[in-house]
Design a protein around this ligand. Structure first.
Ligand code: LRH
Ligand code: MN
Ligand code: MN
Length: 415
């Protein structure tokens, strides 16, 4: 939809009229939406996508500096991201100080560092049979040391988090010893945690299947939480939206984790079937909205502080221009958040106490069905971003310019 200033102003004042009555201040919402920032992973900037094929879009960032340039551009257009999440070994900085300075000049900080013990990249021992859980102690030790190196790189860049995702598991019954694999993982994580600075957080992902299809060592939030408890207070559960079996109630998982102050943060993406890594909000926007409802409720009712939660996109596929895709994802996340802020929580609480099921649904849908695009746009413009980032990106022919600069065959490292 093309944007006009007049239409924008009208929609915004309509929102103020609509929600003013229930005591919701649009100005307050605008400042909350403006403040909300989501980190972008370095691996989302290439058209790498799925593990099945790569169709380069051209002009992809060829190194860490160019990845930072792309995120700097996203930050400037959308005002919705101010950090990058690096993946080691894909993003080893040659000169950490220079990279740090470049990032700072673009207004980009370093979010969680991601370790990689799910593929072989020339290290001494293979991760084919697992990493932190491997039956062989020397492989476990190598994987621990890799994580410690990732922490060192993160320290040199000013990061404060380590995200661990394990592909560990087995493909066939009998292949792995379940309890020993868990015990090995626990001890490895304890060793990694012991090497983390005192102001760092460890974010532990879970995933029910893939690349292992019979069992994964950390299949669900419960196993992740159990391991985190054994590791330490600053180890918490990371919810990657794609890492659930179909129809899992993710908003309930979020509420449960917040209830125990165990929610580390999110990897946003969307899916139809599994870990599809599709653009956030492209498939199940209602689910995303309900997740934000739980987040806002959990923070307001002081289950867990909003500021303690990390936000990141983790999507990567091979059909869209990655920058356009990220613009859309950042917009969808901001919309879901804005809609959840519109929920009349007092009324919802009353419906819950009175057993008014119909009323509760009405309250949620009144917020969800509201068009908040003008609100999100206003937040962006007030922060100095573009009114319509996607239209700007296209009209300025930014991809064409990137291709001219970096080449048609330039590909980014990553998935
Ligand atoms: C694999 C995965 C996981 C990690 C990322 C690096 O499932 O997508 O979510 O966060 O790779
Ligand atoms: Mn993830
Ligand atoms: Mn994943």
């Amino acid at each position: 939809m093309s944007y006009s200033q007049e239409f924008h102003n009208k929609s915004l004042s309509l929102l103020a009229d609509q929600f003013g009555e229930s005591g919701i201040s649009i100005a307050d919402l605008i400042s909350k939406v403006s403040a909300f920032q989501i980190a972008v992973p370095s691996w989302a900037l290439g058209a790498g996508g799925t593990r099945f094929g790569r169709f380069s879009i051209g002009g992809e960032p060829r190194n860490l500096e160019e990845k930072l340039d792309d995120i700097g551009l996203l930050a400037r257009l959308t005002k919705k991201t101010d950090a990058v999440s690096l993946h080691i070994p894909w993003d080893i900085p040659q000169d950490a100080e220079a990279i740090k300075q470049k990032a700072a000049s673009l207004g980009i900080a370093f979010d969680a560092m991601n370790s990689n013990t799910f593929q072989d990249y020339g290290q001494a021992l293979s991760y084919k049979m697992g990493s932190l859980s491997n039956a062989d102690a020397s492989v476990r030790q190598q994987a621990v040391e890799h994580n410690l190196q990732v922490i060192e790189i993160g320290k040199s860049l000013g990061s404060k988090d380590l995200t661990v995702w394990l592909a560990d598991g087995s493909n066939f019954p009998g292949q792995a010893h379940f309890r020993k694999a868990l015990q090995g993982t626990q001890e490895s994580l304890q060793a990694i945690y012991a090497g983390m600075p005192a102001d760092w957080k460890l974010l532990l992902e879970y995933k029910p299947y893939e690349p292992n299809f019979y069992h994964t060592v950390i299949p669900d939030w419960g196993t992740s939480a159990m391991l985190c408890r054994q590791v330490g207070d600053r180890a918490k559960v990371l919810v990657d939206l794609g890492h659930h079996l179909p129809n899992t109630n993710i908003e309930q998982i979020v509420a449960t984790l917040m209830h125990q102050e165990m929610l580390a943060g999110f990897h946003f993406n969307d899916s139809k079937y599994g870990d599809d890594d599709l653009s956030t909000g492209s498939i199940k926007p209602y689910q995303l909205f309900l997740i934000f409802c739980e987040l806002i409720g959990g923070a307001e009712e002081q289950a867990q502080a909003w500021e303690s939660i990390s936000w990141m996109i983790d999507a990567s596929h091979n059909t869209k221009d990655p920058i356009e895709d990220l613009i859309q994802a950042l917009e969808s996340i901001a919309q879901a958040y804005a809609k959840a802020l519109l929920v009349d929580r007092a009324k919802l609480g009353q419906c819950q106490r009175e057993g008014d099921v119909v009323g509760a649904q009405e309250v949620l849908q009144a917020a969800f069905l509201t068009d908040v695009r003008s609100l999100v746009r206003e937040a962006r413009v007030q922060s100095g971003g573009e009114a319509d980032p996607l239209a700007f990106y296209r009209s300025e022919k930014i991809r064409e310019k990137l291709i001219a600069k970096r080449g048609k065959d330039a590909t980014a490292s990553g998935l």
